[in-house]
Design a protein around this ligand. Sequence first.
Ligand code: NAI
Ligand code: X15
Length: 341
Amino acid sequence: MIKVAINGYGTIGKRVADAVAAQPDMEVIGVSKTSVSAEAYIAKERGYPLYIADLGKKPAFEKAGIEVAGDVEAMLKAADIVVDATPGGVGEKNRPIYEKLGKKAIFQGGEDHEVAGFSFNAHANYNEAENHQFARVVSCNSTGLVRIIHALDQAFGVARVRAVMVRRGADPDDVKRGPIDAIVLNPASIPSHHGPDVNTVLPHINIVTLAMIVPTTFMHMHSIQMDLKKETTREEVLKVFENHSRIGLVRKTMGIKSNAQLREYTQDLGRPRTDLWENGVFEESVSILDGKEFYCFQAIHQEADVVPENIDCIRALMGTVKDSQESIRMTNEALGLVAIG
Ligand SMILES: NC(=O)C1=CN([C@@H]2O[C@H](COP(=O)(O)OP(=O)(O)OC[C@H]3O[C@@H](n4cnc5c(N)ncnc54)[C@H](O)[C@@H]3O)[C@@H](O)[C@H]2O)C=CC1
Ligand SMILES: O=C(OP(=O)(O)O)[C@H](O)COP(=O)(O)O
């Protein structure tokens, strides 16, 4: 069993912890919090040993009825590998302790590529991970882009990509963030970080991305155009998506035309926390013009799509499963990830 520590039990960390616990070859040896919160109660309820950054806060946790197993360093010492899901920028500060203890670590998309020196996506570069101490799972939007670009690149070759990201303003619990009544160019300059981020995994792809944020809390929406190298048809492209275990199709017959309806659907499916782990490509939008021009809209659930990638990244860094497809199959099966559509 691979012993996994989750440093930072927030939006991403709590999902990764549950996903690790569901795997046949991994166990959660601990999760960390900085202060008493609802998530600390969830960790207790799930039975995950809870470690804290500052032992001076132990009495506050105990007063709240939450047992503290030790400090973060003790958790790290007990682990084979740590998933760092602390807020963007904190991972960089944590890196020296992972180096000192000689622990493998996975950072998230809020960190720069240089923090790990290797950026990861299971379908695209699983086999390059072995022998690295550190990896970074690219951000949620970048993960969604890498999946679809890599799939079409494998099938037809991709000459260039132009994409616009309409990004959710905040996560559902993030009450302090906005915007409440605005469309914010984020950034106003071009490109947004997503294109260069895709290039950390797929360096040969010619890509330019633009991004803005809007007053919603669940899911980003991408408008994507790619020039393909080989001529193809809409039907062939749809087959590529149907055969990809982390690209789902929002079928025309479902009548879903928004992030809100898609979230209702994942909720009705009984997905944990309503998570859409796969890309949600809108079937109706998939178009091929003049044989080589591809267009689509896809929804990306920001809280969820990086979760299975973190699980595969654990196996890839540990070198326990050599075949990427086998790891992806194991992860999907344990999560109950059967792509929609
Ligand atoms: N929320 C999202 O939509 C996505 C986030 N990411 C990335 O994942 C990372 C984590 O983001 P979220 O889960 O949204 O953050 P979050 O704020 O929901 O959770 C972070 C957790 O880390 C804990 N924490 C803070 N400082 C800490 C420290 N010094 N040591 C240990 N724990 C500490 C907090 O208590 C909290 O539980 C970031 O790099 C972010 O960019 C990636 C994809 C999507
Ligand atoms: O990784 C994400 O988005 P991104 O791919 O646009 O950087 C997550 O939605 C977190 O983004 P945030 O930095 O807006 O919280």
